[in-house]
Design a protein around this ligand. Structure first.
Ligand code: NAP
Length: 259
């Protein structure tokens, strides 16, 4: 990494969500929008406790608060496709990728489909075709898998989703991005989890990380927001801070990959 300047400035007072000069949804959408949506953007949104845990009692939900949920929903509103690892879909009990009426209307007014596509990443295809993820989906979901996936499970899921191979043993991030782009899905938003994020970072396809720091200490053995794939340690990926928002003591940051 290049030599860093040693200047230090104080960020406070920062604009806060939830006080009289709080950011509106329109302002938040502007902050998180990209200048040119035709260019591919791979963004991830995560939350961690101050001591670096991605979960509390096994789930990310207990780290969250209304401000974080608000940004979580607005990021979905901006996405062409929401990509989630199967571990998170199973663990967090995901349902269909269905936006609220106002968010859907906002998108339609901008000549975009009312809802983003839901793309689940799985090697095992251990996903229930009868779950709400598929049966209540407003748009036919995608299942991104490998060519070695179980053929019977693949066939069962093909009844309810487009099942696409993006690798031989695992989903390769470069192929995932190429496949989504081929489908015109350039605003790629990943909601986790740590294994998938680790793969995206390793392949260096991640352009933005939105990280909420929950003002809590988990104190236990919770995982980080990334799990390293097998292989040698990576070179550090340098990031640039785009913005830092505050809600109470919760920090909501957006970093871009400095290339
Ligand atoms: N703090 C946060 O913001 C946050 C966000 C999301 C999740 N989480 C937490 O993270 C935990 C889950 O962690 P996790 O690492 O298991 O999550 P994950 O990355 O969502 O799930 C891992 C599973 O996803 C599939 N997968 C991921 N990358 C793949 C690839 N490159 N190719 C093929 N399949 C791939 C595999 O599914 P198969 O097993 O089906 O092959 C793999 O076992 C949960 O406790 C959840 O609450 C936290």
């Amino acid at each position: 990494m290049s030599e860093l300047p040693s200047d230090i400035t104080q960020l406070l007072p920062v604009r806060s969500v939830g006080v009289p000069d709080a950011l509106t949804d329109a302002e938040l959408l502007t902050l998180y929008s990209t200048a040119d949506p035709s260019l591919t953007l791979v963004r991830a949104n995560f939350i961690a406790s101050v001591d670096g845990s991605a979960t509390a009692a096994g789930l990310s939900g207990r780290l969250g608060a209304p401000a974080d949920k608000r940004v979580f929903d607005l990021l979905r509103q901006l996405a062409d496709v929401v990509v989630v690892g199967a571990g998170t879909v199973r663990g967090e009990g995901y349902g269909a990728m269905l936006l609220g009426d106002a968010a859907a209307a906002w998108r339609v007014a901008r000549h975009r489909p009312a809802h983003p596509v839901f793309a689940v990443v799985s090697a095992s295809l251990s996903l229930d075709p009868a779950s709400d993820v598929f049966t209540k989906a407003p748009v036919r979901p995608l299942v991104l898998t490998s060519s070695s996936a179980d053929p019977a499970r693949r066939q069962a899921l093909e009844a309810v989703a487009d099942v696409v191979s993006c690798g031989e043993q695992r989903v390769e991030p470069l192929r995932l991005v190429a496949e989504l782009r081929r489908r015109g899905l350039t605003q790629i938003h990943c909601e986790g989890g740590p294994s998938l994020l680790g793969d995206l970072i390793a392949a260096d396809v991640l352009d933005e990380l939105c990280l909420t720091v929950s003002p809590t200490l988990e104190g236990g053995a919770g995982p980080r927001i990334t799990r390293a794939p097998a292989g040698p340690p990576l070179d550090l990926r340098a990031l640039t801070l785009d913005h830092l928002l505050l809600s109470g003591s919760m920090l909501l940051s957006k970093y871009s990959r400095a290339r």
